[in-house]
Design a protein around this ligand. Structure first.
Ligand SMILES: [Zn+2]
Ligand SMILES: [Zn+2]
Ligand SMILES: [Zn+2]
Ligand SMILES: [Zn+2]
Length: 203
């Protein structure tokens, strides 16, 4: 019985170059990631068509050479798994996450929404809602137990929904909206999810 199975495995591995071209949306919908076949990414179950926006949000974090960290707050944050507001990046298990959204989401647990029994939790998922009964907040498909983490994640999640819509008009605006930055193309500056200066009139 073992032999045919081994053969299948070998064949699958042999076909590896084409395996890359397979759609992984189902996996990424749950855990976050970019499907290169469909050219779409997912965060907390939200579909993101802009690769630029997806990359900036930094879904799975990355490693940084500790000696390259200049910021004193970051040096501390790296040890305590916390967030540096000056650099707008958070640290978990020595990895850095370049957005509040992905930093707080990583502290949560991805869930299959279909499997959630509690109606309040299920209902809260779409807009980022806290369930007093279960003592857990849902942000998209991610369950977050710490209320402070949840509040930050839910705020960033609602902003993401706006950014995803905005990205179909201008990807740079979408990124600026997420990171309190400026779109040099549209000359718009964003703060807390809103346009604070629209330079177009002045220039
Ligand atoms: Zn796909
Ligand atoms: Zn810092
Ligand atoms: Zn609940
Ligand atoms: Zn723009």
């Amino acid at each position: 019985m073992k032999h045919p199975l081994t053969l299948t495995v070998v064949l699958v591995m042999w076909a590896a170059p084409t395996a890359d071209a397979e759609c992984k949306c189902d996996v990424y919908k749950l855990n976050g990631g970019w499907c290169s076949t469909c050219e779409a990414g997912y965060l907390a179950g939200v579909r993101i068509k802009s690769e630029f926006l997806f990359e900036v949000l930094d879904a799975h974090g990355h490693n940084i050479d500790p000696s390259a960290i200049r910021c004193a707050i970051c040096k501390e944050a790296r040890k305590s798994n916390s967030f540096c507001d000056t650099c707008r990046r958070g640290w978990i298990d020595n990895k850095v996450y370049m957005s509040r959204l992905t930093y707080h989401l990583t502290k949560g647990e991805p869930k299959i929404l279909f499997d959630i029994k509690c109606a309040i939790c299920k209902e809260g998922a779409a807009r980022g809602g806290w369930c007093e009964k279960c003592r857990v907040g849902m942000v998209g498909n991610v369950a977050i137990k710490d209320k402070t983490d949840f509040d930050h994640a839910a705020g960033a999640y609602r902003r993401l929904l706006v950014a995803v819509r905005l990205s179909s008009q201008c990807e740079m605006c979408a990124v600026a909206l997420m990171s309190d930055g400026r779109c040099t193309k549209c000359k718009k500056t964003y703060k807390n999810g809103e346009v604070v200066s629209d330079g177009q009139q002045k220039e």
